[in-house]
Ligand binder design. Structure first.
Ligand code: MG
Length: 300
């Protein structure tokens, strides 16, 4: 385990209250090819995350690192539903699944109107139990052996009702990727890593949820450097986004508050730990954590 004592960059002075200045960025594990999809299991005090090119889900705890599932069908993003069950996006099988209490796997979605999904990327569960996921084409245009395929659907955001009904709820994004609700679920944030705006894959859009479905999206923030992939919200409504130089904290009005600087490009993040104020970060070849003075809002 390595540690660095100066991982915070304050942009807005108010950010100073969001961090613990002596808290080090800790490298928890390393040696992966592309890590993604961190999800915290407080009941087991462990973190699950995907090592996508190596087709496995790994389990980290203070006791060490182990394999949770291999092969993982090239799993990417994960979350937990309102019963605490693992919800996973799988590139290889082009589906979203739920792992039941007995360890069996249930398919939540693998098609829409008779056409196969592209490669579900990231997922979140709202209070009503609906499962919301993004479906860009990365998993079928990349060169993972045997999985290259023609897209049958545009890159969209879907909602799966608890009764199983699937609905395309955002249809005009280029490559929807990470997604997160504001604490009161009045707003849905979605990162677009495609080139929808000014031929630039760096945007986070905000969608008003007044009708219970996303309304028209508006530009929330342009990440620089890098792109926004995974995003999470804290209990005061700040949005924490992956970026090329670490994790960026964005206020609810979209302005940059400050950064957690990470020595590798960040793909995704989640809140966890005993007080829900430890930020876990998947960053290219390594997994990191840092303790903040803010707590995660988002389930789980
Ligand atoms: Mg992603």
């Amino acid at each position: 385990m390595t540690a660095s004592a100066s991982c915070f960059q304050i942009v807005d002075p108010a950010f100073a209250a969001y961090v613990l200045h002596n808290a080090p960025l800790k490298k928890l594990a390393e040696g992966f090819d592309w890590v993604e999809g961190p999800v915290w299991f407080g009941d087991h005090q462990c973190l699950l995350f995907s090592d996508i090119p190596n087709d496995r889900i790994l389990r980290w705890s203070e006791a060490g690192l182990s394999t949770f599932r291999a092969p993982s069908n090239y799993a990417n993003g994960h979350t937990r539903d309102r019963q605490g069950r693992l919800i996973s996006c799988e590139h290889g099988t082009r589906r979203v699944t739920r792992t039941e209490w007995d360890g069996s796997v249930t398919v939540i979605a693998d098609s829409y109107r008779g056409r196969r999904l592209n490669s579900p990327n990231d997922v979140v569960v709202s209070r009503d139990g609906a499962i919301w996921f993004t479906d860009p084409h990365y998993g079928i245009v990349s060169d993972y052996e045997g999985y290259k395929a023609e897209a049958e659907l545009p890159c969209q955001v879907y909602r799966v009702d608890p009764d199983g009904t699937i609905e395309a709820v955002i249809t005009d994004m280029a490559c929807p990727n990470g997604l997160a609700f504001s604490p009161d679920e009045s707003r849905l944030y979605v990162a677009d890593t495609g080139r929808a705006f000014q031929d630039d894959p760096r945007h986070i859009l905000a969608f008003d949820m007044g009708t219970g479905r996303p309304g028209r999206g508006s530009l929330f923030h342009r990440i620089d450097p890098g792109a926004a992939d995974g995003i999470r919200v804290d209990d005061e409504g700040n949005l924490w986004s992956s970026a090329g130089d670490g994790v960026h904290c964005l206020a609810p009005d979209g302005h940059l508050m400050g950064k957690v600087l990470v020595p590798e490009g960040v793909s995704n993040l989640c809140f966890g730990g005993r007080a829900k104020h430890r930020l876990f970060i998947t960053a290219t070849t390594g997994v990191y954590s840092v303790v903040l003075n803010r707590k995660g809002a988002q389930w789980p």
